[in-house]
Design a protein around this ligand. Structure first.
Ligand code: NDP
Length: 253
């Protein structure tokens, strides 16, 4: 894997915590630090700490951190065109930024939560993909990894909006893969089951009791378990597309 990853430029959305942060660490480890990471999220201070810790561990690694809110469409192209020269020719886009919001019964969910989930999980992902695609098309190479969810395959009561966003990610990913089959651009989707991150804290807007209750009595995966699958997919031989990966903890039904 290290050889196939060497010197690749990897753009990660939502790299400030959870799966995105773990993915940055996993790419660094799998390439022995011979990689260029573009770390993005809204919480820039988190990106700075992650970058500092990776540079300490891997002196050769190149990291560019940038504040990017994927829901602000107008900011995406300027962000890409302002990348330092050595980071501009992106090889891999990890569309990881995403969230569930609120108590999600259709009758009671707040409008702002519906909008927040669609704007981040669906529209943000689509807009950044559209903006990066010309870079991939120009060199006929590149990987797009979309983070879906078990929620996009197996809907549950109380999850109508989140499940709808993640099934949208699934059909977007598959359609785009088919649209690009005559190119060397790959589209992969990784669908996590339960993973212990800040996901539930965000969902319940900082209510840690509600967030902890979600995982009580369960044995969720760690974010590094999902990161491994992402890096595995990206480091396959060019003609191999791991189009969908569903990653569960052993005890999840
Ligand atoms: P976290 O809450 O730990 O991480 C979410 C990341 O998304 C953060 O880095 C956050 O950064 C970023 N983010 C949120 N909104 C925006 C935005 N508008 N613009 C840019 N970045 C944003 O959760 P996870 O790591 O668990 O979630 C990562 C992905 O995995 C999501 O797509 C989620 O839906 C998916 N997933 C998670 C599962 C789980 O059980 N944890 C299960 C299945 C799927 P910041 O706030 O700094 O902007």
């Amino acid at each position: 894997a290290a050889e196939r990853l060497a010197n690749k430029i990897i753009l990660i959305t939502g790299a400030s915590s959870g799966i995105g942060e773990a993915t940055a660490r996993e790419f660094a480890e799998a390439s022995n630090g011979k990689i260029k990471l573009i770390l993005t999220a809204r919480r820039f201070d988190r990106l700075t700490s992650l970058s500092e810790s990776l540079i300490k561990q891997y002196p050769d690694i190149k990291i560019h951190s940038a504040k990017l809110d994927v829901t602000v469409k107008e900011s995406i192209k300027p962000f890409l065109s302002s990348l330092p020269h050595e980071f501009a020719d992106i090889d891999v886009l990890i569309n990881n930024a995403g969230k569930a919001l609120g108590k999600a019964n259709v009758g009671s969910i707040e409008d702002e939560d519906i909008d927040g989930m669609f704007q981040t999980n669906v529209l943000g992902l689509i807009h950044i993909t559209q903006a990066v695609l010309p870079i991939f098309k120009a060199k006929d190479s590149g990987d797009i990894v979309n983070i879906g969810s078990i929620a996009g395959r197996d809907p549950y009561p109380g999850g109508a909006i989140y499940c709808a966003t993640k099934s949208a990610v699934k059909f977007f990913s598959h359609s785009l893969r088919k649209e690009l089959i005559n190119t060397k651009i790959r589209v992969l989707e990784v669908d996590p089951g339960a993973v212990l991150t800040e996901f539930s804290l965000v969902r319940f807007k900082g209510d840690s009791d509600a967030a902890d209750a979600v995982y009580k009595g369960t044995q969720p995966l760690g974010p590094e378990d999902i990161a491994e699958s992402i890096v595995f997919g990206v480091s396959r031989r060019q003609n191999t597309v791991i189009a969908e990966t569903l990653v569960f903890p052993q005890h999840q039904a």
